[in-house]
Design a protein around this ligand. Structure first.
Ligand code: NAP
Length: 201
């Protein structure tokens, strides 16, 4: 990775991607302090180039060609927030084989292909971080793999899903109906437009 700068290729500019861009932009100083160098967005992949975006991004950074991210030698880290499973897996494997570290919020992908993705990452000396795919980003995975590394965990119990947590809390506290709270969660961007993966058994 470039020591002078961490350069990001962002796959997706929807609910989560927009949040990533605005956090990186708003917290540029803190990030630079923590990481030790500036963190910059070099390219952003979208499906529809004509869509209006609620973020302040130079048009030249936006592309609808995945190759512009995967084969850009200047990109160090690929952040995947586009969703999808089969083709997205292939994109991330290509990114790793090209020496790019990967961050993903994609629970479906990691549940099905996590082992293979981590294996390819190890073969290419790259990191894969997927904390955002579990429990709305509550730092559970890192606590388990690092903080509790010396412990032998036999069971974990709880609601490890941010959307479900929000829905159950609001139903309990306000007595609202499930449908009402799910709609609100979708409006707030906690629940996805297709909430199946979060709310179905
Ligand atoms: N929403 C949440 O609260 C939440 C929480 C945790 C994890 N996640 C995970 O984060 C990921 C993104 O969720 P989201 O809610 O942000 O989704 P979203 O709002 O639907 O955004 C998806 C973005 O990816 C782009 N995209 C999708 N398929 C593409 C393709 N084939 N080629 C190019 N661009 C493509 C879309 O482009 P256009 O804008 O041009 O359509 C859009 O910008 C999912 O894996 C989801 O499970 C979401």
């Amino acid at each position: 990775m470039s020591a002078a700068e961490v350069r990001i290729g962002l796959l997706g500019l929807g609910t989560v991607g927009t949040g990533v861009v605005s956090i990186i932009s708003r917290h540029q100083e803190e990030l630079r302090h923590q990481v030790g160098c500036p963190v910059t967005i070099k390219k952003v992949l979208v499906r529809d180039m004509k869509k209006n975006r609620p973020v302040d991004l130079d048009d030249s950074l936006i592309t609808d060609q995945i190759e512009d991210v995967l084969f850009d030698q200047d990109i160090d880290v690929v952040i995947e927030v586009m969703g999808g499973v089969e083709s997205t897996k292939e994109h991330l494997l290509t990114a790793l084989r090209n020496g790019k570290h990967v961050v993903t919020a994609n629970k479906d992908l990691m549940a099905i292909y996590g082992a293979e993705i981590l294996q390819v990452a190890a073969e290419n000396n790259c990191d894969v971080y997927y904390e955002a795919s579990v429990a709305g980003g509550i730092p559970i995975l890192r606590s388990l793999t690092e903080g509790l590394a010396a412990d032998r965990i036999t069971k974990m119990m709880g609601i490890v899903n941010g959307t479900t947590n929000y829905i159950l809390t609001k139903m309990t506290q306000n007595g609202s109906s499930y449908e009402e709270v799910l709609k609100k969660a979708q409006e707030l961007g906690f629940a996805e437009s297709d909430p199946t993966a979060d709310v179905e058994a």
